[in-house]
Design a protein around this ligand. Structure first.
Ligand code: SF4
Ligand code: SF4
Length: 500
């Protein structure tokens, strides 16, 4: 018999701690199957494998009293508040289903439950429910021993601004247009139905279909069978990793960070918004790689992957091997160009070619407008008179000396059109500068062009720092980023001069 509980509105950390504790007890045979409905006070909920400072605006969360908590389940960061109905289903792990199949089955059961309100919600892999292409719900999974936690969130309403400000999303989404467009991507139940059904009816509709899908007998329970006295987060939420390589798997992002010394890997760490089991697979891979010579890392990763089966939703062991390969390439590029550790960490490489080969063919340099002083008349347009008052002038002069075409990128659309034109013109390689957040969040622009690139992170204020973001979109961004002219000089050295 499975317990069904409505634990109401609580702190997010309390809800997550209860999930973890029930899952632990269930795996130990000390707690029954469970279907629990719950809602959370404002909480930024991190996926099990995510890096907090990359995914969240921690300062904003602190200032606004938004709790930061880490889920036992994988997947991306969520903003939770009282306007989201969540459920946690804890049951024996279905032996015959992959993780992707379990997520799909759960989402489809929720969709069937919503049909009683006249809604036609569709499953979108790997873990969402949508109505007319707009997101209504998501499901996540965490395993422990032979037990599984399935966690779902259903939007009753959506506070898009707080959500986008708490989560580290690209700045343009915080402009009035961006907010309107973002709101349009969600389909909260209240908007779809005009009026929310009573919570009891909604719970009953979902419970019937979830119980049917997983063959559970549900019995209402009014009290928790154990006390949840203390609930510290079991996983650290801080710890921004520097110098990471990014790999995009079909199910999400994966970052690999290597700390090295004298040809040895001191520490390898992976993070990302992926869903997979066993949950400790990535930590295990990192531990397996730490302490080995760098040249032994790829074979060691292959060995680990072969010996430790992975069940991922849009994520395979090959993705982890690719992320490691990217991190090793970044490291090798730093060595080849005699860069310091900090400079190596600032490199962002795109494409499979060795960075020195990319540089040998590079004919274009892309510079971000935000590195030009706010007072400069070239701030929001292409060009620079090389007046010597900022590092952009150095970039233009270095590019000119090598016969490169230097372009200032003033917005995302212009970046896309510039890259598309470069592709048409068969540009074989380019160098560029942008902030790391832009590279990570807007990877598809670089992927779409498919041109090998050596990109460099910029320093100083960037428009992902919250308080300047809407201004940035409106072209009134006053903060100034800085190019690392020294790093640029070291990199450009490997670009051969071309004739006019
Ligand atoms: S160097 Fe170029 S971008 Fe910098 S202030 Fe002078 S004109 Fe403006
Ligand atoms: S800080 Fe500069 S490079 Fe980064 S997103 Fe803003 S404008 Fe673009």
């Amino acid at each position: 018999m499975a317990s069904i509980i409505d634990s109401g509105l609580r702190r997010g950390s309390w809800n997550l701690a209860l999930d973890r504790e029930w899952l632990r007890r269930h795996a130990a045979g000390e707690a029954p199957d469970l279907l629990r409905f719950h809602r959370s006070l404002p909480t930024a909920s991190l996926g099990r494998h995510q890096d907090a400072s990359r995914e969240l605006r921690l300062g904003y969360c602190r200032d606004q009293g938004i709790e930061v908590a880490r889920r036992p389940s994988g997947g991306g960061a969520l903003y939770l508040d009282s306007a989201q109905q969540a459920f946690s289903l804890i049951l024996p792990s279905p032996a015959d289903l992959t993780l992707a199949e379990v997520l799909e089955k759960t989402a489809r059961a929720v969709a069937r439950g919503l049909r009683s309100f006249g809604l036609d919600a569709r499953f979108k892999a790997p873990n969402d429910l949508e109505v007319d292409g707009r997101k209504l719900a998501s499901v996540f999974a965490a395993g422990e021993g032979g037990s599984l936690l399935l966690h779902g969130t259903l939007l009753l309403d959506v506070d898009v601004r707080t959500m986008l400000e708490a989560l580290r999303v690209p700045t343009e989404k915080l402009s009035p247009d961006g907010l309107a467009a973002a709101k349009d991507r969600f389909a909260p139940l209240g908007d779809l139905l005009g009026e929310l059904p009573p919570a009891r009816e909604l719970h009953a509709a979902l419970a019937v279909k979830l119980a049917k899908a997983f063959d559970l007998d549900l019995a209402s329970t009014l009290t928790l069978p154990f006390e949840l006295a203390d609930h510290p987060a079991p996983f650290p939420v801080e710890g921004r990793a520097a110098g990471e390589a990014l790999w995009k798997a079909p199910g999400g992002h994966l970052y690999c960070r290597l700390e090295t010394a004298g040809g040895q890997c001191l520490r390898a760490a992976f993070s990302g918004d992926l869903q997979f089991r066993p949950a400790g697979w990535l930590e295990g891979l990192g531990a397996h790689l730490g302490g080995r010579p760098l040249e032994a890392l790829e074979p060691a990763a292959a060995d680990y992957c072969a010996r430790h089966p992975l069940d991922g939703a849009g994520f395979t062991a090959a993705d982890a091997e690719e992320a490691l390969k990217q991190a090793l390439r970044q490291h090798a590029a730093g060595l080849a160009m005699a860069l310091t550790a900090e400079e190596t960490a600032a490199l962002m490489l795109f494409g499979d070619a060795a960075p020195r080969d990319t540089l040998a063919k590079a004919s274009v340099m892309l510079v971000p407008y935000c590195a030009k002083p706010a007072w400069c008349s070239f701030r929001h347009q292409d060009g620079c008179s090389e007046c010597g008052k900022c590092e952009v002038g150095d970039a233009y002069s270095l590019g000119r000396e090598r016969g490169m075409r230097v372009t200032t990128i003033t917005n995302y659309e212009q970046l896309e059109s510039t890259l598309a034109a470069m592709k048409t013109q068969k540009v074989e390689g380019y160098v560029g500068m942008c902030c790391g957040q832009f590279f990570l969040k807007r990877h598809r622009a670089f992927q779409g062009a498919g041109i090998p690139a050596v990109l460099m992170d910029i320093r100083g204020a960037n428009c992902y720092e919250l308080k300047q973001e809407s201004n940035a979109y409106a072209g009134k961004f006053q903060a100034e980023a800085k190019l690392d002219a020294e790093l640029l000089r070291k990199v450009v050295k490997f670009i051969p001069p071309r004739g006019p």
